[in-house]
Design a protein around this ligand. Sequence first.
Ligand SMILES: [Ca+2]
Length: 329
Amino acid sequence: MQIFPFSVLDMYIMYCTIFSPFSSCLTLKPYRVCLLSLLKLDEQTIIDVLTKRTYAQRREIAFAYERRAKKDMISALKGALSGSLETVILGLMKSTAQYDASEIRGSIKGLGTDEDTLIEILCSRSNTELKEIKNVYKELFKKDLEKDVAGDTSGNFAKLLLALVQTQRAEPSAVVDYEKIDQDARALYDAGVRIKGTDVATWISIMSERSVPHLQKVFQRYKSYSPYDMQESVMKEVKGDLQRSFLVLVQCFENKQLFFANRLHDAMKSKGAKEKMVTRIIVSRCEVDLKKICSEFKAQYGQSLHKTVLEHTKGDYQKVLLGLLGQEE
Ligand SMILES: [Ca+2]
């Protein structure tokens, strides 16, 4: 096993902050230094510690580390780790919004676009999450998310993503408006399955402006007009990136945690997991709804996500994922 190449001072600071993240290092008793010299901080320790803390605690650890070591813990981790483990650990050192913003930036900068990442993030995040992503994006990259998305996409696909980034979605209302539910269901049908071609603009405005509970009822009602449910209608009416985006949206409106469970299942069912997707979903959801994703996974596939990760990944990458999934329920 590789020894984590930190100096003794580094290890002392790590130890103090790790085992007592909210107390000042200065108040710790000196005997801990002796204890520390017995400790070997290796990859397993890093995994154990960082996966069992919240983001706020990980920041606290990094902050205390930087204050005492006069150097950046992220750079130290970069120097010490490599490969998939490094990717996950560095992801964990970002807030959820910072992580999402960085993934989006990574998917559009340079030549070409990673539509998979872009669609997954923009079509699955709530309005509140998207607002924060926009702010963080500006902060981190000094760029406007809307402009970057517009610059990298085109046609109706661009219009849909931009409508989502504009965060016009209504907040859920306490009053159920059956008339509007019926109107929207009918409008979705009239703009798609009922006519030749598709009035995509109508689909975009309904799916980007209505609240999620409202849309759930709209899709139920929709079935009384259309011979196909909303997902089937999307498959029939549109193609390519636009189709994939609408599908992610509809699936997330219906059951977001099931959507992520299905994605994880698909990413891992083939030999050699689609690591990028597995990493992205587990890191981006570990502070949000990973527990619920685990229950949906178990309910849907009869096998735990935990066991599936054990079967389809290996080494430190497997350890860090299992650490984030926590105890199997
Ligand atoms: Ca049509």
